[in-house]
Design a protein around this ligand. Structure first.
Ligand SMILES: NC(=O)c1ccc[n+]([C@@H]2O[C@H](COP(=O)([O-])OP(=O)(O)OC[C@H]3O[C@@H](n4cnc5c(N)ncnc54)[C@H](O)[C@@H]3O)[C@@H](O)[C@H]2O)c1
Length: 338
């Protein structure tokens, strides 16, 4: 992911200088450093470069997010940390506290929140362009396999399974788009993803205060896919579809009443936007820089990240107990730190 960030950072190089790249594996740090026109220092110990930076982007295994973020904040650095913020609520609280005490920006890299397609998709729902939404479904189907000794497969290091690691993006988006959750379930399996200690495939179903349903299917075990990364919002007057791979948001509506065996003749498709990048990290990075410069609260701040993770932990816990999770009182804006 560090390479992915670096590859798109040229768009912000008029605002920041990349002075150092760190990885315990120097070769990997070197590969990232080479992507910048002005060569940064390469090191295998992040504590050694802290005197040379004002801000850090932390792209590490999840169990290291907390100690490295807290150290950087305590040394007076602003921090953009990759998702998920940290592996426990206590760790997240300590990160929030360190940012406050040191008056530094702490932002979580939920890049999907900055994606022009996602923003367009949300705008259509917020404006009720096609009426009220009643069902939002999000699919992420991919084949992500690492050696089972890799940190990404180990429950303790990753903080859970596919749902915690990757699904956190989509729980965050659902809470952002649909509001306060009421109840929900998560069912996970590691069938056909035996390299994962916890689930490699997840089905999540949420009910929101306004009666809307949210569904998320995420898998790292897909050997083929038609949907890839797709969002469907069923609204009163039709369906809004976002297909990340195609780079488009479309409207499918005016469907005649369903007649068995007959293809929907009145269905039409309107392209609302086209965009190429799958991960708009340069927009995310611009936002981080703007927050440092202006003191603005990040769109993906640490508190809202924790609020999203708490929903995931509640869903995991309910799954263990074989019950439906009670999510009342949770969601974005539910925690008060003032
Ligand atoms: N936003 C996204 O779409 C997205 C996509 C993929 C990964 N990520 C996130 O990025 C982060 C990293 O994931 P990844 O896939 O790049 O993992 P990775 O295993 O490919 O890279 C992690 C790097 O950290 C290095 N490292 C480990 N311990 C270290 C230490 N103590 N000091 C310095 N370097 C150390 C490793 O050598 C490795 O190069 C995770 O938080 C992950 O969830 C985000």
């Amino acid at each position: 992911m560090a390479r992915s960030h670096a590859a798109r950072m040229n768009e912000v190089l008029d605002k920041v200088e990349i002075t150092a790249v760190v990885d315990i594996n120097l070769e990997r740090a070197q590969m990232v450093a080479e992507l910048f026109p002005k060569k940064p220092v390469v090191h295998n110990n992040y504590e050694e470069i802290l005197d040379h930076v004002d801000a850090t982007l932390i792209v590490l295994p999840h169990h290291l997010h907390h100690p490295v973020t807290v150290k950087c904040l305590n040394e007076g650095k602003h921090v953009l940390v990759e998702k998920p913020m940290a592996n426990t609520e206590q760790e997240c609280l300590e990160m929030i506290e360190s940012a406050r005490r040191n008056d530094r920006v702490l932002m979580v890299a939920y890049c999907m929140r900055f994606h022009p397609l996602v923003l367009k998709f949300k705008e259509i729902m917020d404006n009720k362009t096609f009426g009220d939404v009643f069902q939002l479904s999000i699919w992420t189907e991919q084949h992500t396999q690492r050696d089972s000794s890799n940190w990404m497969c180990k429950a303790k290091e990753v903080g859970g399974g596919q749902f915690f690691s990757h699904g956190c993006h989509y729980i965050d988006l659902m809470l952002w788009m649909l509001g306060k959750p009421v109840k929900g379930i998560h069912l996970g399996t590691n069938r056909c993803t035996p390299w994962m200690e916890e689930e490699g495939t997840s089905n999540v179903c949420l009910e929101f205060e306004n009666g809307v349903l949210g569904y998320h299917f995420g898998t790292w075990g897909a050997r083929g896919t038609r949907l890839g990364y797709s969002f469907h919002a069923h609204c009163e007057k039709g369906m809004v579809e976002m297909q990340l791979g195609k780079g488009q948001v479309a409207y499918l509506g005016d469907v005649e009443k369903h007649v068995p065996g007959v293809h929907d003749p009145g269905q039409k498709e309107v392209i609302l936007l086209e965009q190429k990048h799958a991960k708009p990290t340069e927009i995310e990075m611009s936002h981080f820089i703007e927050c440092i410069e202006t003191g603005k609260k990040p769109l993906t701040d640490a508190v809202s990240s924790l609020e999203g993770l708490k929903v995931i932990w509640e869903l995991y816990e309910a799954e263990e107990k074989n019950i439906i999770a009670d999510l009342q009182g949770m969601g974005l804006g539910s925690m008060n730190f003032d």
